[in-house]
Design a protein around this ligand. Sequence first.
Ligand SMILES: NC(=O)c1ccc[n+]([C@@H]2O[C@H](COP(=O)([O-])OP(=O)(O)OC[C@H]3O[C@@H](n4cnc5c(N)ncnc54)[C@H](OP(=O)(O)O)[C@@H]3O)[C@@H](O)[C@H]2O)c1
Length: 413
Amino acid sequence: MKIAMLGFGNIGAGFYNEIKSGYKDIEIVKALVRDIKKTRAIEADKLTLDYNDILNNPEITAVVDVTAGEASVKLIIDALNASKSVITANKMAVALAGAEFIDIAREKGVNFYFEAAVGGGIPVINLFNENVRPHRIDKVIGILNGTTNYILTKMSDGGLEFDQALKLAQDKGFAEPDPSFDLTGRDSAYKITILKDLLFDYKCGAEDIFCQGIDRISKTDLDYAASINYRIKLVGYIQNFSSGIDIGVRPVFLPAAHPLAQVNNEYNAVYIEGAPIGEIMLYGRGAGAGPTAASLIGDLLRIKRDGSRGFNVAYARGVVKKSSMPPEMKTQSNYFRFNVLDVPGVISKITTIFEKYNISISSMKQDISNANEPAAVIFTTHESKSSKIPSMIEEIKRNKFIINEPVWYKIGI
Ligand SMILES: NC(=O)c1ccc[n+]([C@@H]2O[C@H](COP(=O)([O-])OP(=O)(O)OC[C@H]3O[C@@H](n4cnc5c(N)ncnc54)[C@H](OP(=O)(O)O)[C@@H]3O)[C@@H](O)[C@H]2O)c1
């Protein structure tokens, strides 16, 4: 089987090595890159800047896309239109146009797979398509980003502050030099949107869903969670209620005994609840060249084995049609942290505003502080309407004693 690669970065190099060392009957004949002068672990004559070298080569039957960014969408469409099967690791491309890719593949009699796009080496996608989707699924919660999980673990167990934990993640190669895509939750948003599209006919993109990152989290939050026997994890979630789908990305307080609360460091996991399937949890390395190459190779071998007989059933008809859960129906318990100047009347002003918005306080904790110095005030609340929180925070922020952006996280999921 002759194949081509699109991109040759970190994942590309890992994939190339695995194929070269273990799969004598698969030959990588070309790799498309942007910069031909960069030194890469592949024979220089295989590199090309001209996509036509791949598209017009009839011997190439499949293309493995390991590029980063949105340009991948057009590259994939062009390959499928040239009757090449495509495998991609690019979550952004799949979240943006996965269903369109499958439609073109179907029309051209080729195939399109994307196991590596979510969960790195964990076989999430094909398992969702084959074993999960036929059942009623009530809940999917995923720790889908290794960088943020590593940072949260080092803050809660290693005693590090956010900046120290981020630096460690960068030194170890888990975090990008610009980590904002991970920290703001955008990376997880793309991945949870893909999982939603596999299970439900409910149209919304990664940019449309609720997305709260860990960029403002502090050790105070993690220590407080530990003191009440919880752990904070950044999760992507899909909850299937009779009133509609609730989907998003957010840091949540998980009870320490929850299976996801035990998932630490750079590991990822996806937890599923449904009927009659019960509970499932998939766990493993969600990133890195080795695990991601394993998923790409799994898809490639499927194409090699099945030819035009098998077909990716993702986005097939028959997925459950759903609408969005009305915002006014969403309720949650919360954790709030306000950094305030310790001046008289702060607590009563904040609690009066909570009362006005009908958000009932279940506990309050204030650091010991000196007058006129900053202090953290923490509140937890009973279950109350989520839709009221943003306006309540805006009103609290209008007080001069609030010294930076308040932090609030959901308790439980
Ligand atoms: N890193 C992980 O652990 C992981 C896990 C799962 C999935 N993924 C996904 O795998 C993909 C690759 O990740 P990576 O970490 O290998 O990224 P990377 O090291 O930045 O490599 C990206 C490659 O894509 C090439 N490229 C980008 N735009 C291109 C274009 N328009 N035409 C041709 N080549 C283009 C770059 O070419 P130049 O070298 O010439 O600039 C580079 O070789 C991404 O989509 C990522 O989301 C990564």
